[in-house]
Design a protein around this ligand. Structure first.
Ligand code: NAP
Length: 281
């Protein structure tokens, strides 16, 4: 049986470590506050925002919620972000995506002060990651690195294949694995012979957004498999991009869905908030 990589346990461990650090920071007079902005009331976004607020409360970070009407204009949103940029008591600004279609997401992301960009989506944060400088890193890929390290999985020198090249997951994931000295291949929808490419991987990271697409035909015997996908199947049960039951018997370690990558994203958001407060003290 493979090692089941327990994202729930690792995420709880990180949040507990942060809680202790936040208590110490508060004793030194450092305040921590995350501003969370949601435009409209998309039910999935409301769940994510609720979970972020809960995690803040657990770790000891104040959260300020801005629940704006769907009809909020781009100008109004930009104005709010600029006000939050100026406020010394706000360490992090998070705008829940997706935004309504009439608002330019890129412009909104670029308006957030990079020193408060706890989602790591600002071009300055992405550029810093690219050239190996300090900066905020997108939370899901940063969480996967923690998951690998804290599960005792060696990264340096390993063949890593990342399937997916989105700005939020695939690209930053590839850069982080490179930073950890893996030999990295990025695959995508135009990759020829995906099965052969994927089978080269010692560590296979899947972020394709297609339920159960990755079967054992894509996986080298003994590989580590990280499943970023989250989907609800016909029975309303969660599943990933990897066909877990098919792949688990051939790999050495695997993340389940739920309970694998998912819980890590919020833990790393909390980590970025704490780092932001520590840096801008
Ligand atoms: P995305 O923006 O849709 O990107 C999907 C990527 O997969 C694209 O680069 C696409 O290639 C590639 N792809 C699609 N079909 C493919 C195929 N048949 N063969 C090879 N590559 C293919 O998705 P995303 O935002 O990166 O998210 C990926 C998954 O992770 C989703 O299920 C999402 O829900 C989940 N997710 C989970 C978390 C979490 O916290 N657990 C966070 C973020 C996302 P092209 O570029 O060529 O189109």
């Amino acid at each position: 049986m493979p090692q089941i990589i327990d994202g729930k346990a690792v995420s709880a461990q990180i949040k507990d470590e942060l809680k202790v650090r936040v208590e110490e920071m508060k004793k030194e007079g450092i305040s921590l506050c995350l501003a969370v902005i949601q435009v409209g009331n998309d039910p999935a976004s409301s769940v994510y925002v609720g979970n972020k607020k809960k995690a803040c409360a657990y770790v000891g970070i104040k959260s300020e919620a801005y629940e704006l009407e769907e009809s909020t204009t781009e100008e109004e949103l930009i104005k709010l972000i600029k006000e939050l940029n100026e406020r010394k008591d706000i360490n992090g600004i998070l705008v829940q995506l997706p935004l309504p279609k009439h608002i330019n997401e890129d412009l909104v992301i670029r308006t957030i002060d990079p020193s408060k960009d706890v989602d790591g989506f600002h071009p300055q944060s992405v550029g810093a990651l690219c050239i190996g400088q300090p900066g905020f890193v997108s939370c899901t890929p940063a969480g996967i690195i923690q998951l690998l390290k804290r599960s005792g999985i060696e990264i340096a020198g390993k063949e890593c294949v990342v399937i997916g090249r989105s700005n939020i997951v695939g690209k930053p994931m590839s850069l982080l694995m490179l930073r950890e000295n893996a030999t990295v291949t990025i695959a995508h929808s135009k990759t020829v012979n995906l099965k052969e490419v994927a089978k080269r991987a010692d560590i296979l990271i899947v972020a394709v957004g297609k339920p159960k697409m990755i079967t054992r035909e894509y996986v080298k015997e003994g590989a580590v498999v990280i499943d970023v996908g989250v989907h609800r199947n016909e029975n309303n049960k969660l599943c990933g991009d990897v066909d877990y039951d098919d792949v688990a018997p051939v790999c050495s370690a695997i993340t389940p869905v739920p309970g694998g990558v998912g819980p890590m994203t919020i833990a790393m958001l909390m980590n970025n908030c704490v780092e932001s407060a520590a840096l801008n003290r």
